[in-house]
Write a protein that binds this ligand. Structure first.
Ligand code: AMP
Length: 193
């Protein structure tokens, strides 16, 4: 099963993707995690990406696509994958479409977690205190939400037009939201039969 998980920063994509990975036995690919690993390792790419990430802006499409292509070459993705944090704009959605066509692995579903901005701000404040991610400070979160509204929100329409999108209420207990996501996947696969 190949899934894209959409949602604003702090909407719970990472947490839910980890659960889905375990439940479905597929790879979890977070472009944010890949970028943070490159920053930590001090690679040339990581050094270029760091300032952009700290400012709450998007890293260049070319860099992220190259990282994703490399990740999709790893064998653990053959059973399927869940993409968390990609695509972030329409150009990335198109690039993903072309890449997955080329490797013969089209998407099965796109799930979008809906969480109001007020909850996002509360959640990221908690994460900022717990994990100290520079881009979780309240001012940067506001910028990330703007970037999301302007560049990432249209990606949902892109997938809706292709009949792939299911929206899921992302407010509630982690287990409850996970149950909703699994139900959404189940109803999609039943509808496809
Ligand atoms: P995330 O952990 O998904 O919230 O990503 C953290 C940061 O990494 C984002 O604010 C961006 O600066 C960068 N990033 C992650 N994924 C992408 C992507 N698909 N395109 C561009 N930048 C990205």
């Amino acid at each position: 099963m190949r899934i894209v998980l959409l949602g604003a920063p702090g909407s719970g994509k990472g947490t839910q993707a980890t659960r889905l990975k375990t439940e479905l036995g597929i790879a979890h690919i977070s472009t944010g995690d890949l970028l943070r690993a490159a920053v930590k390792a001090g690679t040339p790419l990581g050094l270029r990406a760091k300032a952009v990430m700290d400012a709450g802006q998007l890293v260049s499409d070319e860099i992220v696509l190259a990282m994703l292509e490399e990740r999709l070459e790893q064998p653990d993705t053959h059973a399927g994958f869940i993409l968390d944090g990609y695509p972030r704009n329409l150009a990335q959605a198109d690039a993903l479409d072309r890449l997955l066509k080329r490797i013969g692995q089209p998407l099965d579903a796109v799930l979008k977690l809906n969480v109001p901005d007020a909850d996002i701000i509360k959640r990221t404040e908690i994460r900022f205190k717990a994990e100290g991610r520079a881009d979780d400070d309240p001012e940067t979160v506001r910028r990330r939400l703007q970037v999301y509204a302007q560049q990432t929100a249209p990606v949902a329409d892109y997938y809706s037009q292709r009949g792939l999108l299911t929206e899921v209420d992302g407010v509630g207990a982690i287990e409850e939201i996970f149950t909703r996501l699994m139900a959404a996947l189940k109803s999609r696969s039943t509808a496809a039969v």
